[in-house]
Design a protein around this ligand. Structure first.
Ligand SMILES: Nc1ncnc2c1ncn2[C@@H]1O[C@H](COP(=O)(O)OP(=O)(O)OP(=O)(O)O)[C@@H](O)[C@H]1O
Length: 256
């Protein structure tokens, strides 16, 4: 008799380790002779709980990659999956729901509403998702980004670094599984940039959120777990656990 018993694993297997997957994704702008292949058959996956920096020369397709991966823009070819869900043919309503629940965005230009206070800006995604924001949860997120004493300030009354932190708080308040950030430190001085990068690191390490960030700055990219380099709409290189020096050297090679 077989005395071996079947062992039941303590934890169920992880269903999907990828927060975002792009399979054979192409994005073409314009037609025929005027066609621009902004993305050309890109295969890439962003593991859950990881931080990836996307780099490459101007026009290499970084923003297009971010927008397609986030469901902000439709792909011409290929498939995009977010949290295991194929969003390629999702309706506009489904994409809107996804953007309000699963993903968050931070843009270089902050995109804050000037007429609203920091607190009201941060509460906005909760309202859009149909929730009545609790003052406490909004203030807690603002406190987490070091702005507990600025909740009643409007964007014009805040520094660039503070505005960017409000934008990050706004993206964090719904606890999105994936945060897409387009040059989140591009408009900041070195000190404010460091604060923002530390906050992004905390999101990945403490809450296992996933970050995909476009940047031109090797120091910012070195805060990520991995750097993906684009050239002419294709992934041309990747670098794991990068240092600033390695990123700068690799960039110089691809931008030659
Ligand atoms: N809406 C559009 N219509 C036509 N062409 C576009 C459009 N958006 C982007 N492109 C083209 O697609 C290519 C990739 O653009 P994208 O903005 O993704 O590059 P990028 O790497 O983010 O550049 P940058 O670093 O300058 O922001 C470029 O050649 C650009 O001109």
């Amino acid at each position: 008799m077989d005395t071996q018993t079947t062992r039941i694993p303590a934890d169920p297997p992880v269903a999907t380790a990828a927060a975002v997957e792009l399979h054979g994704v192409s994005r073409v702008y314009g037609k025929q002779a005027a066609a621009v292949h902004a993305l050309d058959n890109v295969d890439i996956s962003f593991p859950a709980g990881s931080w990836t920096a996307v780099m490459g020369p101007s026009g290499s397709g970084k923003s297009t990659l971010l927008h397609c991966a986030a469901g902000l823009e439709r792909v011409t070819d290929g498939r995009v999956l977010i949290a295991g869900q194929d969003i390629t043919d999702a309706s506009d309503a489904e994409l809107t729901r996804l953007r309000r629940t699963v993903v968050g965005f931070v843009f270089q230009s902050f995109n804050l509403i000037n007429a609203l206070t920091a607190e009201q800006n941060v509460a906005m995604p909760l309202r859009l998702a149909g929730r009545r924001p609790r003052r406490r949860e909004v203030r807690d997120v603002l406190a987490a980004v070091g702005l507990a004493d600025r909740v009643r300030h409007r964007p014009a009354e805040l520094s660039g670094g503070q505005q960017q932190r409000v934008a990050i708080a706004r993206a964090m308040v719904t606890r999105p599984a994936v945060l897409f950030a387009d040059e989140p430190t591009g408009a900041l001085d070195t000190r404010s940039a460091r604060v923002v990068l530390r906050m992004l690191r905390a999101m990945v390490d403490s809450s296992a959120q996933t970050i995909v960030m476009v940047t031109h700055d090797p120091a910012a990219a070195a805060s990520a777990d991995r750097v993906v380099f684009l050239g002419d709409g294709r992934v041309v290189d990747t670098l794991d656990r990068p240092t600033t020096r390695e990123v700068a050297d690799r960039l110089a090679r691809w931008e030659e």
